[in-house]
Design a protein around this ligand. Structure first.
Ligand code: CA
Length: 225
């Protein structure tokens, strides 16, 4: 297993390389975004995974990530980042990263995340999700019901996408919170209910059948049939 490390702090890059080698991985590193993009484009078949820092000289990590995915290169990408809030999280995953780790992190955690990613079967996440006549396109970030385009906020979009990606499953409020806000968020807050209420209003087409069902005391569900 060979891993490409993209990290401009050379001391950290070397530290990660050493830790990976100790665990039996082979590893190379590059220290800027452009070098990373070129290396991945040309040599992605040589690597099993990319560790990608976000703040990089020449080209930032998100741009690198988007451009790799636009070229249909499916290599697992684990993002490293110093600052992180909800919007960063959504942006990072939307850019096509598979997982992320907030700095400072322990090398043990890094290795365990890598192992988890490498165990995952390669998957292509569909860009267009559909439920009844509601369509969500992850690439263009457009949501339509019938022929009508619906404007959603970043968080409404993220909640809808999460529910549509997990159809016929009851998704609890705490799962949504954890997925979109991070587990440090106050879980007694009714923020999810407020977003779902607004989301429902926007996607409703007047029909009595709701797309997002409330499962009392638990959470929400979108059914496909
Ligand atoms: Ca950096």
């Amino acid at each position: 297993m060979k891993i490409l490390i993209v990290e401009d702090e050379e001391r950290l890059a070397k530290l990660i390389k050493k830790a990976l080698e100790k665990e039996g991985f082979a590893a190379d590193y590059v220290t800027d975004g452009e070098a990373a993009e070129t290396r991945i484009e040309i040599c992605h078949k040589d690597y099993d995974l990319v560790i990608l820092d976000l703040m990089l000289p020449k080209k930032d990590g998100l741009e690198v990530c988007r451009s790799i995915r636009a070229k249909k290169i499916n290599i697992p990408i684990l993002v490293l980042t110093a600052k992180f809030d909800v919007d960063d999280k959504v942006k990072t995953l939307d850019a096509g990263a598979d997982d992320y780790l907030v700095k400072p992190f322990s090398l043990e955690e890094l290795v365990s995340r890598i192992r988890a990613l490498l165990r995952r079967p390669p998957q292509t996440i569909p860009t267009v999700l559909k439920t009844q006549d509601l369509t969500l396109n992850n690439a263009t970030r457009k949501v339509t019901r019938g022929n009508k385009e619906i404007k959603l906020t970043v968080k409404e979009f993220a909640i809808l996408e999460y529910l549509m990606r997990n159809p016929n499953q009851v998704i609890s409020r705490s799962q949504i919170l954890d997925h979109l806000w991070g587990s440090d968020f106050d879980s007694f807050s009714n923020v999810i209910d407020v977003h779902v209420k607004n989301l429902r209003k926007k996607i409703s087409n007047g029909s009595r059948r709701r797309i997002i069902e409330t499962i009392r005391g638990i959470g929400y569900r979108i059914s496909t049939e």
